[in-house]
Design a protein around this ligand. Structure first.
Ligand code: PLP
Length: 426
């Protein structure tokens, strides 16, 4: 079928009536499908079950430097865990700090401390300033935006382009406005667009003049090894780029094993300049005597090096790639020739980002919910939950089973068509 915009009003009405019939059929099935969050499926988690057997009461539970992992200490992590994350993030071991189990927690605490105490090089704590602003490439990760809302940091929407955020706008804003203290970036397989920042974007972010001397790039490399194909996207190293550009303290990089081993029970880490880390370590030593080192030991035994991580992630990809393929082929089959929506085909990460016609996303999500399919709330991928064009829907294909996913996408495609036709008729 060709684009709906070519149909007459009566043809559109006829089409809508037909689709409504199919929709009622789905409603009567009392579906309960949740595609709202990017969680690993049980089979992905099963891949890491062996890890639980690698630490036992028969062990000495000693780290490579002889540290007793059962006791206090090691505030910034086991030496061998620092080596692993240093290789993962392509930085020196002196530029790594291991945290607890959540990188979001590290980012939240980083912003909280910046507001209360400032960052390395701040003249005043950010919270003492009349206004603090952050750049938010959007669509983006809703929980980053929630952190800003919590601390009353004003968010500025920056459009995402095919190779990262709109750099012309960013460079102009940060040059002029001292209140802009930072930017959120998910630079690889971005949430939700699946975009990997180009080398040019990395270099421009690293080198751009900023009016705020203590400007920070929150570089959330959550999907660093989460490839879906054999030809992974390559991301230029932000810490190295910042050093080269003469801004060594600008980048704060984060990653975790949440979607490598167990979500919520993984290991999180931060990479930054030695000066940044020295500043943070002092503050952190007030907050905690040390993270869970036994979990670190378990992880390092299970995934001792990058090669083990790569093999493990290939198994994860084999489980979830069919789900991504299924969503993409259904979108193509149901919406491909109708000019009602566009979507990305990511090489990695956890999401497929669907853009409907302007003004349709909220209605699509609520119609899908009526038929038992829960999607991420429309607008959630934008600061303050407000998608200016009301068009972005985040599809999270990993958690549902394949049959569940297929039904959910059928309902989604149906809702996109119904809402779009209603819009064309209005
Ligand atoms: N950052 C991004 C971009 C994410 O998508 C997620 C989870 O979905 C997280 C961070 C959460 O990471 P963690 O489990 O390490 O807190």
């Amino acid at each position: 079928m060709s684009g709906y915009e070519q149909l007459s009003i009566s043809e559109l009405k006829e089409q809508l009536a037909q689709l409504e019939g199919v929709y009622e059929g789905y409603k009567s099935r009392n579906l309960k499908l949740d595609m709202s969050r990017g969680k690993p499926c049980p089979e992905q988690l099963d891949l890491s079950m062996g890890m639980l057997d690698l630490v036992s009461s028969k062990d000495t539970l000693k780290a490579s430097d002889g540290m007793d992992c059962r006791n206090y200490g090691g505030v910034d992590g086991l030496p061998e865990m620092k080596v692993l994350f240093a290789r993962l993030l392509e930085v020196d071991t002196g530029e790594i700090m291991i945290g607890g189990s959540s990188s979001l927690n590290l980012m939240h605490d980083m912003i909280a401390r910046a507001m209360l105490l400032g960052v390395y090089g701040s003249e005043v704590p950010w919270g003492k300033l009349p206004v603090v602003k952050f750049l938010c490439p959007s669509p983006g990760y809703d929980r980053h935006f929630a952190i800003c809302e919590l601390f009353q940091i004003e968010m500025i929407v920056i459009d995402m382009q095919h190779d990262g955020p709109d750099m012309d706008t960013i460079e102009r804003l940060v040059r002029e406005d001292e209140a802009i203290k930072g930017i959120w970036c998910v630079p690889k397989y971005s949430n939700p667009d699946g975009i990997t920042y180009s080398d040019e974007v990395v270099d421009r972010l690293a080198a751009m003049p900023t009016k705020a001397a203590d400007f920070r790039i929150i570089w959330d490399d959550a999907y660093i090894v989460h490839h879906l194909t054999d030809q992974p996207d390559l991301l230029k190293n932000m810490l190295a780029a910042c050093k080269k550009a003469g801004n060594p303290d600008r980048a704060l990089m984060f990653a975790s094993t949440s979607k490598i081993t167990f979500s919520g029970s993984g290991i999180a880490a931060m990479a930054a300049s030695a000066a940044n880390l020295g500043f943070i370590r002092k503050q952190l030593s007030i907050q905690t005597i040390g993270p869970d080192k036994i979990n670190q030991l378990r992880h390092i035994r299970f995934l001792p090096d990058l090669e083990h991580i790569q093999v493990h992630m290939a198994k994860q990809a084999a489980l979830i790639r069919p789900k991504f393929d299924s969503v993409l082929s259904k979108l193509e089959a149901e919406l491909g020739d109708k000019h009602l929506a566009t979507w990305n085909k990511p090489n990695g990460g956890y999401f497929i980002s669907l853009n409907t016609m302007d003004g349709c996303a909220k209605a699509v999500v609520s119609k899908a919910a009526e038929a038992g399919v829960t999607l991420t709330q429309a607008g959630a991928t934008y600061p303050y939950g407000q998608d200016p064009r009301d068009r972005n829907i985040r599809i999270a294909p990993t958690y549902p089973t394949l049959p569940e996913l297929e039904s959910a996408i059928d309902v989604l495609c149906l809702c996109v068509q119904m809402v779009s036709i209603s819009k064309l008729l209005s």
